[in-house]
Design a protein around this ligand. Structure first.
Ligand code: HMG
Ligand code: MG
Length: 300
């Protein structure tokens, strides 16, 4: 089996990780954590969401966070943007990349963003146009690709149709979301076989939640099929409040450890990332699922 020499990691902890936290994390703590993550070698951090504060109260300080961080050269700071209003706020916050999002299943899309997929496509076309005019790159998420909490199985034809539209709008990358952490390696193979016939591997990212412990196996399968962009959340924090039963993303440090041991470059320094994971665990005050964090703590 041949493997790529390097991969790219997208850190989504400050957004996906914190959006579902019932405990309020103070703005200055969010900023302090993002600043620590900026020093780890990560080249991409999704720092918050410019969504409606009533829908995601944990990130209601998005603008203060975006304005308050110390930016490090070479790091792309992205944020979730659902619509025009979100884009206006994100531009005020000085973000580098807009992450638009929608679901492959109709029911989750309506529960999550209050619109049909057809209406969402209209909104995202305009947001992508406007973001690009403002010199932002645009990344898109397609959620529930590997299963929907309401509709269960999601037909691959639906995934392809929506991905086609998003790429037509001019997104630079599509992140395929296993929102509820239900995917398995055989399913990853089937989905990627279909998508790689239409889209280059260099424009596809994988976003695995680890609800059932299959995230690393899924990442390895995707890697073997040529994917080199993976989303992770430091500590394994996270979940979607509108996807019952979903838990955190694959922990960034577990992904980094696996790749490092395989001789694949991530550019992330575990010696810096692990203290950042421990720091956020202590701030949030609950045990986080990351395996490497447990090993690190027991070594202290
Ligand atoms: P809506 O209520 O349909 O919005 O919500 P609307 O357009 O009808 O506007 C209603 C009011 O909201 C108006 O204010 C707007 O100005 C305001 P009013 O005139 O009544 O005073 N409004 C906003 N305010 C602040 N920021 C905005 C905004 N937009 C409208 N951006 C909306 C639609 C999309 C806003 C709402 O449903 C929402 O915020 N949803 C966010 C849900 C969310 O963040 N979910 C989690 C992220 S997705 C995820 O986790 C999956 C992912 O990780 C991938 C995976 O795991 O698969 C990405
Ligand atoms: Mg997610």
């Amino acid at each position: 089996m041949s493997y790529p020499k390097k991969v790219m990691l997208r850190e989504v902890g400050p957004r996906d990780g914190l959006q579902n936290e019932p405990v309020w994390l103070a703005t200055e703590d969010k900023i302090a954590w993002i600043n620590q993550l900026s020093q780890t070698g990560l080249s991409y951090i999704e720092l918050t969401s410019f969504v409606h504060p009533k829908w995601i109260p944990a990130l209601r300080d998005a603008l203060d966070v975006a304005k308050g961080i110390s930016r490090v050269k070479g790091v792309t700071y992205a944020a979730l943007v659902p619509n025009q209003k979100g884009l206006e706020n994100a531009l005020e916050g000085g973000i580098d990349e807009a992450s638009v999002f929608m679901s492959a299943s109709e029911t989750h899309n309506v529960k999550n963003i209050n619109k049909s997929t057809a209406d969402t496509l209209q909104v995202l076309k305009q947001v992508t146009d406007d973001a690009k005019k403002a010199n932002l790159s645009v990344r898109a998420y397609l959620s529930t690709v590997f299963g929907c909490p309401y509709e269960k199985r999601v037909p691959i034809e639906q995934v392809i149709r929506l991905a086609d539209s998003l790429f037509e709008f001019g997104i630079s990358e599509l992140s395929l979301g296993d929102t509820i952490g239900a995917a398995n390696p055989v399913q990853v193979e089937i989905v990627l076989e279909a998508l790689l016939k239409r889209f280059p591997a260099s424009q596809l990212a994988l976003h695995f939640h680890d609800t059932r412990g299959t995230a690393l196996a899924n990442i390895l399968t995707a890697l073997q099929m040529g994917i080199t962009i993976f989303d992770g959340s430091t500590g394994g924090l996270g979940g979607c409040p509108y996807a019952p039963g979903s838990s955190g993303n694959a922990a960034t440090e577990d992904i980094v450890y696996m790749f490092e041991q395989m001789g694949i470059e991530t550019n992330v320094k575990l010696a810096k990332l692990l203290p950042a994971a421990k720091w956020i665990e202590e701030k949030i005050g609950k045990h986080l699922p990351s395996r490497n964090l447990q090993v690190y703590k027991s070594s202290l």
